[in-house]
Design a protein around this ligand. Structure first.
Ligand code: GLY
Length: 558
């Protein structure tokens, strides 16, 4: 029997991995290690790996592979992501396994003859897919792991082969996506079930299990070459896809120089470009650092107005300047300098709403199915991973015979200057499509150090809301002294320059909305913002892992 959303911390010793009977834990306290992710089975898989002698990196690899099975909407091997690590020896590492544009991609590939943007093509089906990076990213992490890869991937193989019981929200999401699965596939995937899915049904993924076995047996070549590559290329040929054998064989994950900056007495480590978070988070933290936000108080109109104006300035820069540094010269040093942050806030007026240009902005939809997980082990290794297919179930195209979903990450490029992507974000030349280029991302996996030791491991899904959610979660803890649960679960808000409005969650207080409207802001209620997963490590070594209340997210630890 599946028991959902048990409240309150529970002794980790009672947790077991049983794919047919599991519980959602929103908070766990431990002293040895913890994982918090979008799915209980994935979190428990990571912890079981630590119990078998693995470190946080082993656990992160096993968790990501398990998510690819139990959380098909965003956990993936057909997408990409970013990993930020703080190793117990004090080294900071980031691994970029963002998808890349295929060699046959070009700047105008989503424009029709009249030059109109065809977002249906950048968001759905075969042509929406970038070259997947996740499997290369996992192998990029292996040099910091202790256990053999064969051991780390086995739980995912078992979950795919023998099946697991799905939750109510997974059943709902699969049913809601049924028509798209039928439309965008050449071979009907296992995600389509006659009569529809319900909570407690078992999802078995034999094709995916076989793909995972090829990766287990042949390493990266088990995905980027041989049978899996053949299945991907054959799938492309059956529709309008353009990923070819060379795109797959040439894909490489990259270790990049981590972004490290100070916020008061804390050190913050996050992901550089192509994560826009690596520019926006330092910008926003430095813009707020000298402001009396704590005195204003959490969710006071003054605090929200201040943070909104900070978000507006950062996202305006995102649209103009940010893209893949391997292809475009981005003035990162200037954008992230304290002097620039001070300059940007010079025209800040704490009484009235600022203004953004209004052309080309669209609405923000509420399907933002990236996923984040945080991992920590008692020897001091911290791993923060955000990974994605982009939208929920990505392109909705499953590679026939290989059983995994392809991303629709091409939509994160600016397919035409000023045309909003599925998150309403606009871009320019810096993020235009080019063969082999990585599309700009908002994913912001982050680690905060206190006294030079890991204090917070944090991140979230949520499209363009990712960086503002990480920003707000950090301010909630570092300035408003909130408990971890409150920092994660209290209402969030979001402003991204265009559209020029503040998006708020349903629980955002009505009186504050009114005060903001009186200042001149457009305030729009929307669905949940993010699913933030935080691990907090206290000076005495206590590990607290909190999973966001907004989904099936679950913490595990011991
Ligand atoms: N696809 C969401 C992101 O990378 O920002």
């Amino acid at each position: 029997m599946l028991c959902c959303a048990c409240s309150g911390p529970r002794s980790a010793a009672t947790l077991q991995i049983n794919p047919y009977e599991y519980t959602i834990q929103k908070k766990i306290i431990g002293s040895n290690g913890a994982v918090t992710s979008a799915h209980p089975l994935a979190s428990e898989t990571g912890v079981s790996i630590m119990k078998q002698g693995g470190n946080a990196i082993d656990a992160a690899i096993a968790t990501q592979l398990a998510l690819a099975v139990v959380y098909p909407g965003a956990g993936n091997i057909g997408g990409g992501g970013f990993t930020v690590m703080r190793l117990s020896n004090g080294t900071n590492i980031t691994i970029d396994y963002r998808e890349k544009a295929p060699a046959r991609a070009h700047r105008d590939m989503y424009l029709d003859k009249q030059g109109n943007a065809q977002t249906a093509l950048s968001q759905n089906g075969h042509l929406a897919a970038g070259v997947p990076g996740t499997v290369a990213g996992l192998f990029g992490c292996m040099k910091y792991a202790k256990l053999p890869f064969t051991k780390l991937i086995q739980p995912a193989i078992d979950l795919a082969e023998n099946g697991f019981v799905i939750t109510e929200s997974e059943a709902h999401d699969l049913n809601r996506t049924r028509d798209a699965f039928i439309k965008y596939n050449t071979v009907t995937p296992v995600f389509v079930k006659a009569g529809g899915w319900k909570a407690g049904d078992t999802l078995v993924q034999k094709d995916l299990a076989n793909t995972l076995k090829r990766i287990r047996d042949k390493g990266m070549a088990g995905f980027y070459e041989g049978e899996t590559a053949r299945l991907i290329v054959e799938e492309m040929k059956r529709a309008n896809g353009i990923i070819n054998y060379d795109d797959l064989k040439n894909y490489q994950a990259k270790e990049r120089e981590p972004v490290v900056f100070d916020y008061k007495s804390y050190k913050i480590i996050t992901m550089p470009l192509p994560s826009s978070g690596g520019v926006l988070l330092p910008q926003m933290m430095q813009m707020i650092e000298d402001q009396p936000v704590k005195a204003y108080g959490f969710l006071s109109a003054r605090a929200v107005q201040l943070m909104t104006e900070i978000e507006r300035r950062a996202y305006a820069d995102r649209a103009k300047f940010l893209g893949d540094l391997d292809f475009y010269k981005v003035p990162v040093k200037k954008l992230t300098s304290k002097a620039y942050a001070v300059e940007r806030m010079k025209d800040y007026n704490d009484q009235t709403a600022g203004s953004s240009e209004t052309t080309g902005a669209g609405l923000i939809p509420e399907s933002e199915e990236t996923t984040h997980f945080s991992v920590y082990d008692k020897s001091g290794n911290a791993v923060s991973v955000t990974t994605t297919l982009n939208g929920g179930y990505g392109s909705r195209t499953v590679v026939g015979g290989a059983g995994f979903l392809l991303n629709n990450e091409m939509d994160d490029f600016s397919i035409k200057p000023g045309v909003p992507n599925m998150y309403g974000a606009v871009g320019a030349d810096a993020n235009a499509i080019a063969p082999g280029k990585r599309m700009l991302s908002s994913m912001t996996p982050t680690i905060v150090l206190k006294d030079n030791k890991p204090f917070l491991v944090v991140g979230t899904p949520g499209g363009t809301t990712i960086t503002t959610s990480v920003f707000q979660t950090l301010i909630n803890i570092l300035e408003f002294d909130m408990s971890t649960e409150d920092a994660v679960n209290k209402p969030k808000f979001h402003h991204q320059w265009l559209p020029d409005e503040i998006f708020v969650e349903a629980a955002f207080p009505q009186p504050v909305r009114e005060q903001l409207r009186q200042m001149g802001y457009k305030v729009t209620q929307r669905g949940a913002i993010g699913r933030t997963e935080v691990i907090r490590i206290d000076a005495n070594g206590t590990i607290e892992a909190v999973a966001d209340k907004r989904g099936d997210d679950s913490a595990a630890g011991y």
